[in-house]
Ligand binder design. Structure first.
Ligand SMILES: *[C@@H]1O[C@H](CO)[C@@H](O)[C@H](O)[C@H]1NC(C)=O
Ligand SMILES: *[C@@H]1O[C@H](CO)[C@@H](O)[C@H](O)[C@H]1NC(C)=O
Ligand SMILES: *[C@@H]1O[C@H](CO)[C@@H](O)[C@H](O)[C@H]1NC(C)=O
Ligand SMILES: *[C@@H]1O[C@H](CO)[C@@H](O)[C@H](O)[C@H]1NC(C)=O
Ligand SMILES: *[C@@H]1O[C@H](CO)[C@@H](O)[C@H](O)[C@H]1NC(C)=O
Length: 332
């Protein structure tokens, strides 16, 4: 009698000890069940059709509305929200993993320029934060190889807001060796699979940059501009998709880069005098009375019409280049 009961208990635990399931979307398998924990693996719903084996459940960061995370036989945690629908209840059918403590590394960073913080380390991913320059950031991991190269640098860091900033927009991170590698990052992770819909509303956009077609011809400028424009455009189309920090060259003989830029009646002091073909790197743009002003990495303003490859010659760029007014986040 006694032995039978023991046997029954033991078997009920062991029968349901693991459950096979696949992921429904691309997702991260983390070293602990919290957003800021580094990734151990990236699960791809489309190309990896093998089931994951779930071993136990625990609680962690709410993903949309779901706080349950499952530990897989890969030894990492995946959010229930990204798994294929399960008819049962994992919290009944699997053992409890126990409480898992949050653990991630920390280092301080500081934005050097206007800085977009994206859902993934690629410029086309959702923008989660828009940090102004000079903002102190709490970094949680470094991604040296996975992300997109920005002006020759490929490294990205994750901040305490669970988004990625490019090395190019930061001052050098002194304690970088303290940081864990962020691990593999799913390219197609979607914002709607991370936060409740209500919080994803876009902040109101300033007057959009005009589209190429409606742009009037730039004001008369010295000859230099013309010649190779068309060829240059075709060649460099891909880089127009950049959402921030693109390099350009000056298209006029002399251009004053001024502290205020606008209003034209009060441009402020001349910070830099650029000569024809001088390379400029542009952080963001602002519209003033139908004129586009661009903010350079010298922290002064020029007009778009004074550049060689104008913002308004590309739909991608006018659509995606950030407005300076957006960079209002002053905290990590
Ligand atoms: C994966 O597991 C599910 C049950 O969750 C099962 O229906 C399916 O057949 C399994 N697929 C593979 C490829 O093993
Ligand atoms: C989360 O929301 C979805 C859709 O409203 C619902 O089907 C699901 O049961 C919710 N999950 C939890 C854990 O509350
Ligand atoms: C931007 O920089 C790259 C690499 O230095 C260069 O090849 C390219 O011509 C530059 N683009 C412009 C518009 O100056
Ligand atoms: C630049 O500003 C100076 C005054 O600081 C002015 O004399 C000069 O004409 C300006 N140059 C251009 C190209 O606007
Ligand atoms: C904006 O442009 C209009 C017409 O071009 C002009 O009347 C107005 O004074 C300008 N506003 C400012 C603040 O410069």
């Amino acid at each position: 009698m006694y032995t039978t009961i023991v046997f029954a208990l033991v078997s009920s635990v062991f029968v349901a000890a693991t459950i096979p399931v696949n992921v429904e979307v691309d997702t991260e398998c983390k070293t602990c069940p919290y957003s800021l924990c580094p990734n151990k693996l990236s699960y791809d719903w489309e190309y990896d059709t093998t089931n994951k084996t779930l071993n136990c459940w625990t609680e962690g960061t709410p993903i949309v509305n779901d706080t349950t995370w499952l530990k897989t036989s890969d030894g990492c945690y995946v959010t229930q929200y990204d798994l294929k629908e399960y008819a049962g209840d994992y919290t009944n059918d699997l053992p409890y993993c126990g409480h898992v403590s949050p653990r991630w590394t920390k280092a301080e960073g500081r934005t050097r320029y206007m800085t977009q913080c994206n859902l993934g380390p690629w410029v086309d991913r959702n923008v989660i934060k828009n940090y102004k320059y000079g903002v102190d950031l709490h970094l949680t991991c470094v991604s040296p190889r996975v992300g997109e190269e920005i002006l020759g640098k490929k490294k990205w860091y994750k901040t305490s807001s669970n988004c990625y900033v490019s090395e190019t927009t930061l001052w050098p991170v002194e304690d970088e060796h303290d940081l864990d590698d962020c691990g593999p990052i799913p390219r197609r992770l979607s914002l709607v699979d991370r936060v409740p819909e209500t919080t994803t509303v876009e902040t109101s956009t300033p007057t959009p940059f005009p589209k190429p077609s409606v742009v009037s011809t730039p004001t008369a400028s010295p000859t230099p501009k013309s010649m190779t424009r068309t060829a240059a455009h075709v060649e460099s189309r891909h880089k127009f998709q950049r959402r921030f920090l693109y390099n350009d060259t000056i298209g006029e003989e002399y251009v004053n880069c001024t502290a205020n830029g606008f209003p034209p009646s009060n441009p402020g002091r001349v910070v830099r005098l650029y000569e024809f073909r001088h390379e400029v790197i542009l952080q963001c743009g602002s519209m003033y009375n139908d004129t586009i002003f661009l903010f350079t990495t010298d922290f002064c303003w020029i007009k778009d019409a004074q550049t060689f490859e104008q913002l308004t010659t590309s739909t991608e760029r006018t659509d995606y280049f950030p407005h300076c007014e957006r960079f209002t986040d002053l905290e990590s």
